[in-house]
Design a protein around this ligand. Structure first.
Ligand code: 5GP
Ligand code: MN
Length: 354
């Protein structure tokens, strides 16, 4: 891992020891990796004796991830949507900001302004393609890795405090890292590297309760979620002649099934189980936009498709983006036509020219 070396770790340790007030931020609509890496770092910094550590979120994480943040006092987890002034003051008044699981400031949505304006030193720990390295004072960016949580694990192991002994991690850090990695790999299904198994092995040996994590992540959903999944796969799934599977989930259907944030996690992967499908898209209608999730099989780039046609990006085979209403699309009804037209163009014309 090219960004982890004696010099970068020493620099990191100096940034931490020189800083009184530290903020941790992550991308909007935080997922398991975003929350897992943030909580893990929080508990590590508190163990290092840092008195003021705040996690600043753009929006609150879904309930099924709350077991990861349970040990964090309320005043140390500030959500911009709920307390905008407090979140922005923390970012402007702190000495150091850790930026986890995102590659460019705009991925923090409403935190972007305060983040850009803040004079604090900024450290990136991320695993997405195309990181905006210039924006950070120190960057740990690796793409051949499962997750930001895994990258943070390998960084922490190199610190003098942990010294390659995972039992020296706070147990809340170990649990949060395992949970973050588990969600980003879909429980060891995608983006798994030899280093990922090494991490898992060390954490299990250090006493992490993986059964508890799996139970909290995968066995606590509502009945409605499973029924919605049935409806989506039976009635809403379309497959084009190019092998593109797509589902458009409008707000009316989300309301009908009382769907909350995080309830559709993992659904976009399911159509990839069909032999002919090379790319799968899930479009979810939100207030003023449609959020897009894209997954692809090897040989087809979800990242390029997201960057070109969906105002987004991500990883080679797992990416996301958005279509603004009305700037990109008049309404959600126009989404199917848009997907069919642009994925056809992407797979027939653009891919040949790559
Ligand atoms: P998901 O489909 O799970 O929301 O996102 C898949 C991957 O794409 C994640 O790694 C996420 O960070 C990235 N991603 C999702 N939405 C966007 C977006 O709007 N812009 C960019 N650049 N990346 C995104
Ligand atoms: Mn991630």
């Amino acid at each position: 891992m090219k960004d982890i070396n004696a010099h970068s770790i020493q620099t990191l340790e100096k940034f931490i020891s020189d800083s009184g007030r530290i903020c941790i931020i992550t991308h909007m609509k935080p997922d398991g990796d975003a929350i897992g890496s943030s909580a893990a770092l929080y508990h590590f910094l508190r163990m290092c004796g840092k008195g003021s550590v705040k996690i600043i979120l753009n929006d609150r994480h879904p309930d099924y991830l709350s077991f990861i943040t349970d040990g964090i006092p309320r005043e140390d987890l500030i959500v911009h949507k709920e307390l905008p002034a407090e979140a922005e003051t923390c970012l402007s008044d702190c000495d150091l900001i850790f930026c986890l699981d995102f590659n460019a400031f705009h991925r923090t949505d409403r935190l972007e302004g305060a983040l850009t304006a803040s004079k604090a030193d900024k450290i990136l720990i991320d695993h997405h393609l195309n990181p905006d390295r210039e924006a950070f004072d120190l960057a740990f960016s690796e793409t051949d890795i499962s997750s930001a949580s895994e990258l943070l694990f390998h960084i922490l192991m190199e610190t003098r405090r942990i010294a390659h002994d995972a039992t020296s991690l706070p147990s809340a850090t170990a649990t949060a890292l395992m949970a973050g990695m588990t969600t980003d790999t879909n429980n060891f299904a995608n983006s798994v590297f030899p280093s990922t198994f090494r991490m898992a092995s060390s954490l299990l040996a250090a006493g992490v309760d993986r059964d508890m994590i799996l139970s909290r992540l995968y066995n606590q959903y509502s009945e409605n979620r499973l029924r919605l999944m049935g409806h989506m796969m039976k009635d809403l799934l379309h497959i084009t002649e190019d092998g593109v599977a797509y589902i458009v989930l409008d707000r009316k259907t989300q309301e009908e099934y009382c769907i909350s944030e995080g309830d559709t996690e993992g659904f976009v992967n399911m159509p990839l189980s069909i032999a002919e499908v090379r790319m799968s898209l899930l479009l979810k209608e939100d207030e003023d936009r449609i959020r897009v999730s894209i997954r692809s099989k090897k040989g087809t780039s979800a990242n390029t498709c997201a960057r070109k046609y969906f105002n987004g990006g991500g990883h080679e085979n797992a990416a996301g983006g958005k279509l603004m209403i009305p700037a990109d699309l008049e309404s959600v009804e126009a989404a199917s036509g848009y997907i069919e037209e642009y994925t056809h163009k992407y797979l027939t014309e653009d891919e040949k020219n790559m």
